[in-house]
Design a binder for this molecule. Structure first.
Ligand code: OAD
Length: 274
């Protein structure tokens, strides 16, 4: 794998590993790009991005759902079909491994995601979801959580239901919708608080696979910077984030395992010297 990477990238990953090895409070924000190598389309990538093919105004706003609930529900059921067999890729796995090692080394690695898939959880991470969960539902009117077989707890395929018929709430007969934050809606309070605290108190903030265009999530990097954190960005393409200290311009599935490898090497060197 190393042969495929430029010397510049390898040197930058080494630089990031050295920084991370000396710091104990890390906040990581992931976006759709981290799941791209698992086969889940991003939103804004040219040609393949969902928002290149569909209009967010028609599918991801409360007004869209009120205007045409069937269209919106069907679209999310289609997305569930698209995602349900996808598996974590090396980037998700490396992050989970890091969190587990960090617990032992007294390093604090807070993982926050804008993604609504559950690939971080499948990989074994603890993660805070800012934009909700693709596999959960709630009533659009009264907010009551709705449990159906959309994805059973045991994830068995037999239990999946991708029916695009609308479902009515048993309490108020409103329509059931995916438990996802749409444009114009507030982020879940507890999740936002966790993210804000982690960003404001971290020593290093890592942004992985996000275009950094959607606020308030994109503001977390600025909050971290204002409080003295160093910023690392992992993204093959440039973003409007101009406050980054170290840019690792390659796919997360390539960079993350390499970064973990280098962090592990540095910490075992330190152990040997004790
Ligand atoms: P975007 O689609 O806006 O951005 C994805 C980013 O991932 C882009 O900057 C890509 O260059 C980068 N990328 C693509 N492949 C990658 C890879 N293999 N490794 C690393 N990076 C890669 O997705 P988000 O920034 O997550 O909101 O979008 C933010 C929000 O906008 C989403 O949460 C969603 C959307 O509307 C909701 O669903 C509420």
């Amino acid at each position: 794998m190393l042969a495929e990477l430029s010397l510049k990238l390898i040197a930058e990953v080494q630089c990031a590993a050295e920084l991370l090895d000396t710091q104990s409070r890390i906040c990581i924000l992931t976006g759709a790009g981290i799941s791209a190598e698992s086969g889940i389309p991003t939103f804004r990538d040219k040609q393949t991005g969902l928002w290149q093919q569909y209009r967010a105004e028609d599918l991801a706003t409360p007004t869209a759902f009120e205007r045409d609930p069937k269209l919106v529900w069907s679209w999310y059921q289609w997305r569930r079909q698209l995602v349900h067999e996808k598996k974590p890729n090396p980037a998700h796995l490396a992050l989970a491994e890091w969190q587990q090692a960090a617990d032992k080394n007294k390093q604090n690695v807070t993982l926050v995601t804008q993604n609504v898939d559950d690939l971080h959880e499948q990989a074994g991470s603890r993660v805070t979801h800012l934009h909700g969960h693709l596999w959960r539902n709630r009533c659009h009117d009264c907010g009551t959580a709705f449990e159906n077989e959309t994805k059973a707890a045991d994830s068995s395929k037999a239990a999946l239901n991708f029916d695009d018929e609308l479902i009515n709430c048993q309490h108020c007969s409103g329509y059931i919708r995916p438990d996802i934050v749409w444009f114009g809606e507030s982020l879940p309070e507890q999740a936002w608080q966790t993210a804000e605290d982690a960003a404001a108190n971290c020593e290093v903030f890592i942004s992985i696979g996000t275009s950094s265009l959607v606020y308030p999530a994109a503001g977390l990097a600025h909050l971290a910077k204002q409080n003295g954190a160093k910023l690392i960005e992992i993204n093959p393409d440039p973003t409007p984030n101009t406050i980054v200290d170290i840019t690792l311009a390659a796919n997360a599935g390539v960079v993350m395992p390499l970064l973990m490898q280098q962090i592990t090497a540095l910490s075992s060197q330190a152990q040997d010297q004790l």
